[in-house]
Write a protein that binds this ligand. Structure first.
Ligand SMILES: NC(=O)c1ccc[n+]([C@@H]2O[C@H](COP(=O)([O-])OP(=O)(O)OC[C@H]3O[C@@H](n4cnc5c(N)ncnc54)[C@H](OP(=O)(O)O)[C@@H]3O)[C@@H](O)[C@H]2O)c1
Length: 254
């Protein structure tokens, strides 16, 4: 369907070397987009670029630490130099350390806040400036159900993911008049390098499943549909919202 067609669009996707970001990068390429692959590990970046090129789309990889403003600005400049525009930004890069609140060090707090939340603001600001000028754009922030309900993911992680939901609303409010839309996706458990170890713990896995109406964890490919929807004209009147891709987990009341 033309509404979902991303041909001629340029998408910057942070954390697209593996896991959810890579799946979304490949999915957007399938929908027609050219992709800028952003992460730090060069071998992962190269592999994602190769797989996108094999789909007949253009891709470049730019090694970037999203915690650093100057690196984000350099990445945006390089992207504009190569492609001349950015239509879609997906702020996906993230990490977690699950430490009980009483034991979280200041360094750990800073690392999680900078990686998961400050990065979303810095990239949105750098790319948003360009989108506001060109008077169109779609920004998609990857939050988590941990930003909405209380989970045992750790306090810093939860704070960043809740912060992302509110940042999404505020940026949507400020930039709506420039036809720049800002939305978020909040996933529940998906098997990726981030969660693999946790989900191999049978007791934990069974508890996760017991709280998930669809009775399974997600496959990263199941995030492609929501991402293409929010990136494309199919969602042209949707902004400031968070789509929960969670097998129904966040509606579970008991
Ligand atoms: N998996 C889940 O169940 C789940 C659930 C809810 C939300 N999420 C969120 O979804 C996003 C992706 O998670 P995932 O499971 O796919 O994680 P993942 O498999 O660990 O992948 C994370 C990606 O982010 C990149 N990254 C991390 N820190 C970075 C930094 N400072 N600068 C640039 N890139 C960085 C990593 O590459 P480098 O290390 O090479 O930089 C990697 O490509 C995260 O925001 C996570 O919080 C995941």
């Amino acid at each position: 369907m033309d509404l979902f067609n991303l041909e001629g669009k340029v998408a910057v996707i942070t954390g697209s070397g593996k896991g959810i970001g890579k799946a979304i990068a490949l999915g957007l390429a399938d929908a027609g987009a050219d992709v800028v692959v952003v992460a730090r590990t060069q071998s992962d970046i190269d592999q994602t670029v190769l797989e996108i090129e094999q789909k007949g789309r253009k891709a470049i990889g730019i090694s970037t630490d999203v915690k650093k403003k100057e690196e984000i600005e350099r990445m945006v400049e390089q992207t504009l130099h190569t492609f001349g525009k950015i239509d879609i930004l997906i702020n996906n890069a993230g990490m977690n350390i699950r430490t009980p609140a009483l034991e979280v060090s200041e360094e750990e707090w800073e690392l999680i806040i900078q990686t998961n939340m400050k990065s979303v603001f810095l990239a949105s600001q750098a790319v948003g400036k360009h989108m506001v000028e060109q008077k169109h754009g779609s920004i998609i922030n990857i939050s988590s159900v941990a930003g909405h309900v209380a989970l045992r993911t750790g306090v810093a992680y939860a704070a960043t993911k809740a912060g992302i939901i509110q940042m999404t609303k505020t940026l949507a409010l400020e930039w709506g008049k420039y036809n720049v839309r800002v939305n978020a996706i909040a996933p529940w458990y998906f098997k990726t390098p981030l969660t693999e170890k946790l989900l191999t713990n049978k007791e934990y896995y069974d508890e996760v499943i017991s709280r998930t109406p669809l009775r399974r964890v997600g496959d990263v490919k199941e995030l492609v549909g929501p991402a293409v929807f929010l990136a494309s004209d199919a969602s042209s009147y949707v902004t400031g919202h968070t789509i929960f891709v969670d097998g129904g987990m966040s509606i579970y009341g008991f």
